[in-house]
Design a protein around this ligand. Structure first.
Ligand SMILES: NC(=O)c1ccc[n+]([C@@H]2O[C@H](COP(=O)([O-])OP(=O)(O)OC[C@H]3O[C@@H](n4cnc5c(N)ncnc54)[C@H](OP(=O)(O)O)[C@@H]3O)[C@@H](O)[C@H]2O)c1
Length: 289
């Protein structure tokens, strides 16, 4: 990559941000298409978010990705929101176009693409159980209902957060899907697990080697597809699903697809998925398993 006077700048705002894989595969994508763009990580403290967002305009950047902990707080600094971002109350992609900062959320779409294209799992008419009620769980819950799941069960350690998500989902999808909360300490039962076609770990549990399993793998039903959004390593949950020969996926696919949708918003070009995945595959070899 050669930086010149015409290089266009895209970045990611996060705190922390050093762990992000987005610079790796976004720059690989620009290179693959011969685009004079560069993607940079920006460590943005919560108290500096407003100034950082204003700098997208003042520095004439193309846009940015937004990650933890800014996805919700950033909304108030934007001029327009896509329908997904509005619904989810969270933004992971900002595009600066015609003098306006427009917020999008590509996480849910990225999850569905990974699930259907890589996992060959069609969520239509299925029963899903999602663990978590944070940013990832919000995006995935909305996307799953839009994709036609029949039932969505939500279980989160902090019940209040699950209640807020439930309320918001019901506001948008009153009759489209049966949505219920399950006590976090009651998910480990065969009655619950036998009725799950798709289990999603949308918590951060599994990111660290010392993390214990949230689900007893003995209870996973033979028809269950297991999706773990954690992408920095092969989690214990994923290993347990593999050991039981269950169809399963880790979060790298979701990561690359959400990035591909962001890429397309910024560049108006089809994202070179092959090259983006290839560079991540190299990275995957370095993962601690
Ligand atoms: N693959 C992708 O593209 C992608 C995209 C986004 C996020 N992610 C990954 O998804 C995970 C969650 O991210 P997020 O943005 O949703 O984070 P978040 O908003 O901070 O939410 C974290 C969630 O994890 C739960 N949690 C944390 N520690 C727990 C524990 N010890 N036991 C039970 N639950 C626990 C939290 O429950 P409480 O509410 O009780 O705290 C909350 O539901 C992270 O690993 C992140 O890297 C992946």
């Amino acid at each position: 990559m050669k930086v010149s006077g015409e290089t266009k700048i895209i970045g990611i705002f996060g705190y922390p941000v050093t762990h992000s894989l987005s610079p790796l595969f976004q720059n690989a994508a620009f290179e693959a298409l011969g685009l004079n763009f560069v993607y940079l990580p920006f460590l943005v403290k919560p108290e500096d978010l407003k100034g950082a967002v204003e700098s997208i305009k003042s520095l004439n950047m193309v846009g940015v990705n937004v990650t933890i902990p800014h996805k919700k707080k950033v909304l108030v600094y934007l001029d327009e929101l896509s329908s997904e971002a509005k619904m989810m109350g969270a933004v992971n992609t900002i595009c600066y176009r015609d003098g306006k900062l427009i917020g999008y959320n590509t996480d849910g779409k990225g999850f569905i693409s990974s699930l259907t294209k890589e996992g060959k799992f069609n969520p239509q008419g299925k029963r899903a159980l999602i663990l978590g009620a944070g940013g990832a769980a919000w995006a995935i819950s909305f996307a799953l209902i839009e994709a036609g799941v029949k039932r969505l069960n939500i279980a989160n350690r902090t019940i209040k957060k699950a209640e807020i998500l439930l309320e918001r989902l019901k506001e948008f999808f009153q009759d489209k899907c049966e949505i219920t909360l399950i006590d976090f300490d009651k998910v480990n039962s065969s009655i619950v697990m036998n009725e799950v076609d798709l289990l999603i770990n949308a918590t951060s549990v599994g990111m660290h080697p010392e993390d214990s399993l949230l689900i007893n793998p003995e209870l996973l039903a033979p028809h269950t597809f297991v999706y773990d959004v954690v992408y920095n390593k092969k989690t214990k949950l994923l290993k347990a699903a593999e050991d039981r020969n269950l169809p399963c996926l880790g979060g790298l696919g979701m990561l690359v697809y959400q990035g591909a949708y962001s890429f397309e918003i910024w560049t108006h070009k089809k994202a070179p998925l092959k090259e983006m995945k290839e560079v991540l595959k190299e990275q995957e070899k370095c993962f601690v398993t």
